[in-house]
Design a protein around this ligand. Structure first.
Ligand code: S3P
Length: 248
């Protein structure tokens, strides 16, 4: 990661924090308005202007505050129209969850590996064996750039996408990033019989997965906006979590 990119990542994180602060202030302001309404009600009671219903007087408006917050986020989301991006280690459910979510939200679904395969007319293992990983990573980088320009979609990224800073910046600039997580033994159990992943061919052990995951952990952490553990969750529960996080 070069200096310019680090600064950009910092800047993106700063914007995120400032937006969160802004949301807090909006909610606080709305809260202030509600408090004023309550004082007005008290004043009316004291001056006997009106029969005020006691239920209204003691209402704490918590639900209204939450609704207001959700609405603010909904409106900003519409204004920014972003992709929803899944990152994470192989076997963490990026494609499965991505596909289901795209049906639920009626949004297009793009799997970066499938996109690359169509682009070059070769399966991922063949790309690796014929041209090598470096060539695949270059294809991956260009594909991410192209995909980002498409209309808001659900995007399931290959597990190594986060290793390239330019990818992370592109994804952060154009989407909300959700890191789907699982522990090495869960991952191993899920993918042990699948030999379509060139980086694990001849290395399909829990220890190797654990080592690889350990090396990548910080990349995922740095890149994501939200993290979800997929270990013991049903797909529907994960979708509900995503809905709660992204408020749709
Ligand atoms: C890779 C993950 C794969 C695929 C390629 C490299 C990685 O995608 O992009 O084999 O480096 O983790 P999945 O995560 O969808 O298996």
């Amino acid at each position: 990661m070069n200096f310019r990119d680090v600064t950009k990542l910092d800047l993106l994180n700063t914007y995120r924090k400032e937006i969160d602060e802004c949301d807090k202030e909006l909610v606080a302001y709305f809260e202030k308005r509600l408090a004023l309404e309550r004082q007005r009600v008290d004043c009316k009671i004291e001056t006997n202007f009106e029969e005020i219903n006691q239920k209204m007087k003691n209402h704490d408006f918590q639900e209204e505050l939450e609704k207001f917050h959700k609405r603010v986020i909904e409106i900003s989301k519409k204004a920014t129209k972003k992709h929803i991006v899944f990152i994470g280690f192989m076997g963490c459910g990026k494609s499965t969850i991505g596909k289901v979510l795209s049906e639920k939200l009626n949004m297009p679904w793009i799997d970066t590996d499938e996109y690359i395969e169509k682009k070059v007319g070769m399966k991922i293992p063949t790309i690796f064996s014929v041209h090598g990983e470096k060539y695949f990573r270059a294809l991956e980088k260009n594909s991410i750039k192209e995909i980002m320009k498409q209309k808001p979609s659900i995007i399931s990224c290959g597990g190594g996408v986060v290793l390239n800073e330019e990818n992370v910046i592109n994804l952060k600039n154009n989407g909300k990033i959700i890191w789907l997580k699982a522990d090495p033994s869960t991952i191993y159990e899920r993918i042990k019989k699948d030999d379509s992943r060139p980086l694990l061919r001849g290395n399909m052990t829990e220890e190797y997965i654990s080592e690889m995951l350990h090396k990548r952990m910080n990349y995922y952490k740095q890149a994501c906006d939200y993290e979800i553990d997929t270990k013991s969750e049903e797909i529907e529960d994960i979708i509900t979590k995503i809905r709660d996080l992204l408020l749709f």
